[in-house]
Design a protein around this ligand. Structure first.
Ligand SMILES: [Zn+2]
Length: 466
């Protein structure tokens, strides 16, 4: 068997790893989109490194676009294999992929307007909503923790990785001649002691591991303090500064965690009496899918549901779907909280809220997740005083703060805690992916200290025989 690293090598987006078995089966692990670099990412997304028609199976760790976003693209190019994932991942993809198709169309439309002015011919979007809807026909779902024989020689098991609803590590057992080899792809690894989802679960001993390293060089504040920190930020933004608290957030997962945390503050009488708006149609749809998949929640949340049937709804919380209602928020001048996507501030309605509010020093912008270095989010967080939104320069006068405790990704200590289910000496190779170079290099040192002596930092398109 061999593996080729076709994405997420020197960055955290574009996860795509191609396994070719000795029997010639081609099995893709994730098919994620590169995000955050405009034209450059578009070219990277079109350079797949394989012919989609050759792929037999696509094993999908979770629904985030940087892991699933190119499925409609490969479908458009002739992929007719089977996408295997958990049922929550499938349900989330059914809203996220068409939404991504809509974004591709809108972005390309804008881009083509510029090209037309320069006398250049139009380009096609990567895919549209229809391609995304059609690609959903390839999905089949299997439960967590079940050994599923994809072929007589290839068995897989999804094991909860606690990163988002439906997310899982993929544990594979491959028979080649007389030998059995085991391989675990961790996908993205969640934090421990979260409020809604369970901890990432251990996986059986593996010969080979492919693991993420987003925060391979970082430690997060503890989750226990997250509610307290959020309360202090809300009080400062709302009670002291009397402004708006704008929270750019991933529509799926982070937004629901924030809503739940705000509800907890409200239950404790620690939330000012203000309106809270969740302005993202995708977040609204995602919240409905969260309500469908209570089986994915941790014990604390299951218990909480005995007393409150809907943890994602409370008095003065408003989900905003229509564009008109979203625009109406521009003329709402009372202190309030607006949660809107995208988390990296690159796309979606959050850009309008930033454009409308970033120059007012009464307002606060709170980042709650990872932002790729080239994104608008990263520029705002690192303290740039002038940023460009929709091509227009804006002064950053609002207060900018971050709250890392809500991160969807484990830090390096938590990732090593997660890997403590392994006897490091039995791991023949541990591939570090899904991280920027510094994070991957630092994490490699931490892993070596933890006894993993065969760490490998694969480069883009590198092929390794297992
Ligand atoms: Zn993810």
């Amino acid at each position: 068997m061999k593996i080729q690293f076709l994405g997420a090598t020197t960055e955290v987006t574009g996860s795509k790893f191609l396994l070719t078995t000795q029997q010639g089966k081609k099995i893709l692990l994730d098919c994620g989109m590169y995000q955050g670099k405009g034209l450059e990412t578009d070219a990277m997304n079109r350079d797949l490194g394989f012919d989609p028609k050759d792929i037999d199976y696509l094993l999908l760790s979770h629904a985030h676009i940087d892991h699933s976003g190119l499925i409609p693209y490969i479908y458009k190019l002739g992929f007719r294999g089977v996408v295997v994932c958990t049922s929550a991942t499938r349900d989330l993809c059914s809203i996220m992929l068409p939404d991504s198709g809509k974004i591709q169309e809108a972005d390309t439309h804008q881009f083509n307007k510029k090209r037309a002015k320069e006398g250049l011919p139009p380009v096609e979007p990567l895919y549209n909503m229809q391609d995304a809807a059609a690609a959903m026909r390839c999905f089949v779902t299997i439960p967590l923790d079940l050994d599923f024989a994809l072929t007589p020689d290839f068995t897989l098991r999804f094991i909860d990785s606690g990163h988002m609803l439906g997310s899982s590590a993929i544990y594979m057992t491959v028979k080649e001649h007389q030998e059995t080899k085991t391989l675990c792809y961790t996908g993205d690894i969640g934090r421990f002691n979260k409020k809604i989802l369970p901890n990432p679960l251990p996986f059986p001993q593996a010969d080979y591991i492919i693991t993420e390293s987003t925060y391979g060089d970082r430690l997060h504040p503890t989750i226990e303090n997250a509610k307290q920190e959020l309360m202090l930020i809300v009080k400062d933004a709302i009670c002291k500064r009397r402004g708006k608290l704008i929270i750019p957030s991933f529509a799926i997962g982070r937004t629901q965690e924030l809503v739940y945390a705000l509800q907890q503050l409200k239950n404790d009488n620690n939330l000012p009496d203000i309106e809270i708006f969740v302005d993202s149609p995708l977040a609204v749809s995602a919240t409905e899918i969260f309500r469908l998949h209570f089986e994915c929640f941790n014990e604390e949340m299951q218990d909480y549901l005995q007393t409150d049937k809907d943890p994602f709804d409370f008095d003065k919380l408003h989900y905003v779907r229509s564009i008109d209602d979203s625009k109406r928020l521009n003329s709402y001048h009372n202190p309030c909280i607006i949660i809107s996507a995208s988390g990296m501030m690159e796309a979606g309605r959050i850009k309008h809220h930033l454009a409308n509010n970033i120059e007012n020093k009464r307002n606060t912008i709170l980042s709650v997740g990872y932002c790729s270095p080239t994104t608008l989010g990263a520029k705002i967080i690192r303290g740039d005083k002038r940023v460009s939104i929709f091509g227009v320069p804006y002064e950053v006068r609002a207060t900018v703060c971050t709250l890392e405790a809500f991160s969807g990704h484990a830090d390096y200590q938590e990732m090593i805690q997660y890997l403590s289910c392994q006897n490091p000496q039995k791991v023949k190779k541990l591939f570090i992916v899904h991280g920027e170079d510094q994070a991957r290099n630092t994490y490699s040192k931490h892993l070596t200290n933890a006894g993993f002596h065969h760490c490998c930092i694969p480069f883009y398109k590198e092929e390794v025989v297992l």
